[in-house]
Design a protein around this ligand. Structure first.
Ligand SMILES: *Cc1c(COP(=O)(O)O)cnc(C)c1O
Length: 819
């Protein structure tokens, strides 16, 4: 790659400011500097992008199309500089211009086209695919409004629209030449084709939109590769025109215009929850139809035999959201490419693979037949036929067993079940952590596993160390590199070389000093954003992730209430100062989750303002948790709270980011926590609570009785009573009644304490005491924290992607020519 030329870069930034804003650099504001710098960075990227695509053209590799409703990218500029290995150089150049790169980075809005873990996984995968020299497209939607911005007012979450494109996105490229038409509604006319002796299916009376791709570069680390995240925008197909001779078309034109406007308007902010809204299904088919059409077009540019499509393309479906790809591929192969059913099915089932992300019942996608067939008539016909044939297979395997059909049919009880379609048509079904995959096989998807065991496999999630250590924690990254070289950046298991330093007093001190500086950095952020003073010498105990009952932020804050009671009762008690840090967005319509946010903030108000406890306890709720502030938070964490009800968290990836940054896990044996403990040793984690098997056994036998804990444990009873006695809501003692009821079920019809908070509470409190004890041993703690970092090698998304490639996708590595 070309060497960085500082003066040329400075000249280009100045020139960009002039061209974009008709200003001299002295007159430009920070946002304008950000834009100017980004366009200069994009210049470098464009050359590599063109070269990469030319090389792909020449070498004709197999592509993976990673299809996902969500890509939680965060900011691009800093990450692009990191992967171009020009971060420090640009920092110097900006210093010379009198700007701080960090401040310029803060001008960039996060690209928050995702909710949480599932969307961030897609982003990490793109980074790893480019870094490992694999040809890949991310396929998604260019939402005009991404994940809402969270404001906290009077302790409550307020959702504010995220107008992330307000100042333009300097890195994206509109590609109207690759636009595709996507059709909705109407009906299917069948026409007998005399010549070819087959039926042709023609969709008529439909409305359509034009899908226009925007390409976003995905820069590989130091290898010259630039892949593409292709997100689709929707436009009206015909420019709106008033034709007085054609009044019938007038309303149709208006409707098509509105369809296009609505379809990409906003990301659904429900995480681990299925919305069932018509617009959501439109979004799904919109980006899938466009992406599948584009993949076919690309294939046909070089290849004539569509029956071998799967040799050059594979579709990975990120959860069931993109599953309509199965039927869309069948439709194109049959209706447009002229294949028969069996030929088309062979191609489709060798192309599509499905990743399962959850066992939560409320997240399983099912669409009412009425809605589905009205919106996608031809797609529905195809799914009906897939279902008919699948049921024949079930009958052949299990003669006379109606129960198997009930449990596995794709269409049943008036609904289209997307997971069943994905499993029936995919060549692979994978879970995202060992425990999760085992639960799929033994419980949730047991019948499918018995019928087709060869499809099932595990791919434990991972994260990119380039963003979450190299960019997010520069002090620690430099320190690691100074000790063991920079091989870890592209080969994370090398970080295990740091294990030889865990007992070295000098290294321990340096490590803890870096952690301290990162805590000072976060304390400054908290002071500026929350107006709360936190002591960087206190234990930073952090839970950041989406707010969901199964993740049990409620248990965490109840435990804080319990600690506060203890400190008040025993002021003389030796208590190591703690800062409990929360960050979480709740789905806009998820009332109980939003009430939990209010509780956290109410406890914070009381505890933080009680001078009598001498600052021993602080509670901070960080507003608008997102990728950019996550990077600061992980770097500064002492303790990683991963406390989901065992069996409910499929993998978790936040847990891995904490580990990489040297924060031991305080958690249950759930998701990838199990594998984290396996790597680092259980003596270097704080594990508590029911096991997944115990939870499942309870669930299979009618639940458990939280009243047993309420009646027999004073500490538990006291904090629960504080939910309804006005302790944290003096102005409205009923405010937190629903949280109290959710744990004890005094009225509601659903079972009490579905997430086993009372059952796990005491063992959680005991584990927290172990944390405090361990932290008091300075050397022991430094050792444990360093060991966590040193043993995090498995959890790089580079490893995950290599497993997908070796076992499922079989991609070719593309080697870039030397420049
Ligand atoms: C990693 C990440 C998540 C996922 O966190 P979990 O703890 O695995 O749920 C969610 N949001 C953001 C911004 C992240 O970076």
């Amino acid at each position: 790659m070309q060497k960085f030329d500082k003066q040329a870069f400075i000249a280009e930034v100045k020139d960009n400011v002039k061209k974009l804003y008709r200003k001299n650099i002295e007159e430009a504001d920070k946002q304008q500097i950000f834009q100017a710098v980004s366009y200069a960075v994009k210049d470098t990227i464009i050359d590599n992008w063109m070269m990469t695509q030319k090389e792909y053209e020449k070498q004709d590799p197999k592509y993976v199309y990673y299809m996902s409703m969500e890509f939680l990218m965060g900011r691009a500029m800093g990450n692009n500089l990191i992967n171009l290995t020009e971060y420090d150089e640009v920092k110097e150049a900006l210093d010379e211009l009198g700007f701080d790169l960090n401040v310029i980075e803060d001008q960039e809005p996060d690209a928050a086209l995702g909710n949480g873990g599932l969307g961030r996984l897609a982003a990490c995968f793109l980074d790893s695919l480019a870094t490992l020299n694999y040809a890949a497209y991310g396929c998604g939607i260019r939402y005009r409004y991404g994940m809402f911005k969270q404001k906290i007012e009077d302790g409550y979450q307020i959702e504010v629209p995220d107008n992330w494109l307000k100042n333009g996105n300097p890195f994206e490229l509109r590609r109207p030449e690759y636009a595709k038409e996507v059709k909705f509604g109407g009906y299917v006319r069948v026409e007998y084709d005399e010549k070819n002796h087959r039926n042709n299916f023609i969709q008529e009376g439909y409305q359509s939109v034009r899908a226009v791709p925007f390409d976003i570069p995905i820069v590989g680390y130091n290898n010259g590769v630039v892949n593409t995240l292709r997100v689709w925008d929707a436009e009206a197909i015909v420019d709106f025109q008033l034709d007085s001779f054609n009044k019938g078309d007038y309303m149709n034109a208006v409707e098509q215009e509105n369809l296009a406007k609505n379809i990409v308007e906003v990301l659904y902010p429900a995480d681990e929850h299925y919305a069932g809204k018509e617009l959501r299904l439109k979004q799904q088919y919109f980006f899938i139809s466009a992406s599948v059409q584009a993949a076919i077009t690309k294939y046909k540019k070089k290849h004539s035999d569509i029956r071998k499509f799967y040799e050059k393309a594979t579709f990975q479906l990120n959860d069931t959201h993109p599953t309509v790809a199965v039927a869309e591929l069948m439709r194109i192969l049959m209706d447009e490419e002229g294949l028969g059913w069996d030929e088309a099915w062979e191609v489709t089932t060798k192309t599509c693979a499905y990743t399962n992300h959850t066992i939560m019942a409320e997240a399983l996608e099912k669409w009412p037949i009425e809605l589905f067939s009205r919106l996608l008539p031809r797609i529905y016909q195809i799914i009906e036929e897939i279902n008919r044939r699948f049921i024949e297979e079930i009958k052949a395997k299990y003669p006379g067993n109606q129960d198997k059909i009930r449990k596995m049919a794709i269409i049943y009880d008036g609904q289209v079940k997307m997971a069943h379609l994905a499993i029936a048509a995919g060549y692979s079904v994978n879970g995202v952590a060992v425990l999760h995959t085992e639960i799929l096989k033994k419980q949730e998807l047991k019948d499918f596993y018995e019928m087709m065991p060869e499809k099932f496999n595990n791919k434990t999630n991972g994260i990119t160390q380039r963003r979450f250590l190299l960019h997010g924690n520069p002090l620690l990254a430099k320190w690691v590199t100074a000790h063991i070289g920079d091989g870890w950046i592209t080969n994370l298991p090398e970080i295990h070389k740091m294990a030889v330093y865990v007992d070295d007093p000098k290294a321990q001190q340096e490590f803890m000093n870096i952690k301290y500086q990162n805590k000072v950095r976060l304390a400054k952020y908290i002071r500026e954003h929350n107006g709360i003073e936190v002591d960087p010498r206190s234990i930073f105990d952090v839970q950041v992730k989406r707010l969901h009952e199964y993740k049990r932020q409620l248990m965490n804050i109840l435990h804080v209430m319990y600690l506060y009671n203890q400190i008040k009762d025993h002021p003389e008690m030796d208590f190591y100062p703690r800062t409990f840090i929360f960050g979480a967005k709740a789905a806009a319509g998820y009332r109980r989750a939003k009430l939990t946010i209010k509780l956290i903030n109410s406890v914070a108000d009381v505890v933080n303002n009680d001078a009598s406890i001498n600052g021993k306890l602080k509670v901070v709720f960080i507003e608008d948790y997102r990728v950019s502030n996550a990077e600061l938070i992980f770097a500064a964490a002492d303790v990683s709270e991963q406390i989901s009800t065992a069996s409910k968290e499929a993998s978790g990836t936040g847990n891995m980011k904490f580990m990489l940054n040297g924060a031991p896990t305080l958690g249950t044996m759930d998701g990838a926590n199990v594998e984290i403990v396996q790597e680092v040793g259980k003596e270097n984690a704080f594990i508590f609570g029911l096991t997944a098997q115990q939870v499942i056994d309870y669930e299979n036998h009618g639940g458990y009785n939280p009243m047993d804990y309420f009646n027999n444990d004073q500490d538990i009873r006291r904090v629960l009573m504080q939910l309804i006695n006005g302790e944290y809501a003096p102005d409205d003692t009923e405010r937190f009644r629903d949280l109290y009821n959710s744990l004890l079920n005094t009225k509601s019809s659903d079972r009490a304490d579905t997430y086993f908070i009372l059952a796990d509470f005491k063992s959680y409190a005991a584990a927290q005491r172990e944390v405090e004890k361990a932290y008091r041993d300075e050397k022991g703690w430094a050792r444990m924290a360093m060991l966590n970092m040193a043993c995090s090698g498995k959890f790089t998304s580079d490893r995950t992607i290599q497993e997908y490639v070796d076992e499922l996708w079989h991609l070719d590595k593309v080697i870039m020519p030397e420049k």
